[in-house]
Design a protein around this ligand. Structure first.
Ligand SMILES: Nc1nc2c(ncn2[C@@H]2O[C@H](COP(=O)(O)OP(=O)(O)OP(=O)(O)O)[C@@H](O)[C@H]2O)c(=O)[nH]1
Ligand SMILES: [Mg+2]
Length: 396
């Protein structure tokens, strides 16, 4: 599957860069392209200039709103990010459309941080514009949710996240949720280490995008998972999971083929990677709320047995009983078993309810604060009438 990746704002730009690196890895190691192209869109020229893997010309690093922001970002005001996208969106679409391999792409992946200003505001607006122009390709929004400490310190963080999520959900075919907090829970050394978090965010896409692009016969699974399966699975609120388990490096094929005990250990390893994928979901949610799931098993060809494949389907069926399950296998030369999992069409996501539930209180508090500010300012103005003016005689 080939994506057109567009990152908005600093978070979106950096994750788009990571996708671009993933594409280089696929091309170098597997001779496969998984991106048609990658773009970075920002209101901040400094953020664009420090990127490294996205092409450095103005068509790929697209500056928007420079008249309004002097190229310094929108300072968390996502309404301004949205307004700028409405005005400059055509420029972004022209650049995307003119990319050489645009017509090879299967879908758009638009990326942003929910809590910022540029990405949070501009990404959903651009999703709508892109949908109107290219109705034949699905649009996926990948949204990074803020850390807990950011949520504690600012109402803006919650408001931006809630408005971005609502708008993205209403236009995108699927919204892929990644919770920054989940990545530091797993490894606290990751606090503020965005480069490491971004690598973890994009890793589940690697095999998922590569498998349908393979041309070598020995890399094509008995049950090939292609773009069509992924597109049919992805709908609405979506999370991803990923699990990996190492296999012994030295192999004696004739021993394994006849060794029942070893085979069952490998089935257990396969199940373990599914367990890992479920417990490491990109956002905490209940798999029972998913109506559409997909898994991809990547392993050496000789490890992919019917036993393992059916055990994994049964297991996922128990964990996500409402879900229609699609699956595939990807024979690889590496000595690992990997499971990539998508849980889509979630009908309930705690975290999103949390943001939405907080909004009425925050809106009321904001209105009250504005009223108080006006009253206080009026008081000062009133008192200032007794102060002589330095402008007297100027007509002021
Ligand atoms: N996963 C991840 N999250 C990031 C990254 N950079 C920023 N964030 C998160 O994104 C949010 C801030 O969004 P930014 O992308 O910095 O903001 P912006 O879209 O550039 O908007 P302005 O700077 O306000 O114009 C915060 O919640 C950050 O924790 C990143 O590289 N990766
Ligand atoms: Mg910024």
């Amino acid at each position: 599957m080939k994506l057109v990746v567009v990152g908005f704002g600093q978070c979106g730009n950096r994750i788009a860069e990571e996708f671009s690196r993933l594409n280089s890895r696929a091309r170098f190691r597997r001779r496969i392209s998984i991106l048609a192209d990658a773009f970075a869109v920002n209101t901040d020229s400094a953020d664009l200039s420090i990127l490294s893997s996205i092409k450095s010309d103005y068509r790929h690093r697209i500056l928007i709103g420079n008249r309004k922001t002097n190229s310094h970002g929108v300072g968390k005001i996502n309404e301004l990010g949205a307004q700028i996208a409405k005005q400059d969106g055509d420029k972004v679409i022209d650049h995307i459309k003119s990319t050489e391999r645009f017509y090879e792409s299967d879908a758009f992946l638009l990326i942003a941080g929910a809590a910022g200003g540029t990405g949070s505001g501009a990404m959903p607006i651009m999703a709508k514009m892109i949908k109107e122009r290219f109705s034949d390709k699905p649009i996926y929004a990948l949204i990074a949710l803020p850390f807990e400490h950011e949520e504690k310190t600012g109402a803006r963080t919650i408001c931006n996240s809630a408005t971005c999520l609502k708008a993205a959900y209403s236009v995108a075919d699927a919204v892929i949720l990644v919770d920054n907090q989940r990545y530091i829970e797993k490894d606290s050394s990751l606090i503020n280490n965005f480069a490491a978090i971004n690598k973890l965010i994009v890793e589940p896409f690697y095999d998922l995008l590569c498998t349908g692009e393979e041309t070598k016969a020995k890399r094509i699974g008995a049950k090939l998972l292609d773009a069509g399966d992924i597109i049919k699975t992805l709908k609405g609120w979506t999370v991803l999971g990923y699990g990996v388990s190492k296999l012994p490096v030295i192999r004696l094929p004739f021993v394994r083929r006849h060794n029942y005990r070893k085979k069952s250990t490998e089935t257990i390893k396969g199940i373990q990677t599914m367990d890992q994928a479920i417990s490491n979901l990109s956002l905490k949610c209940d798999p029972k709320d998913s109506a559409s799931a997909l898994y991809l098993l990547s392993a050496p060809a000789e490890e992919i047995t019917m036993d393992l494949v059916t055990e994994l389907v049964d297991y996922l069926g128990e964990v996500a009983p409402r879900a229609m399950i699609r699956y595939g296998d990807y024979p690889r030369g590496e000595s690992t078993i990997k499971t990539t999992l998508i849980l889509s069409q979630l009908n309930y996501v705690d975290k999103i309810m949390e943001y939405y539930d907080k909004m009425p209180k925050l809106t009321k508090e904001k209105e009250q604060m504005q009223e108080e500010d006006e009253i206080k300012l009026k008081k000062i103005m009133k008192a200032s009438r007794m102060v002589p003016s330095l402008f007297r005689g100027d007509g002021n």
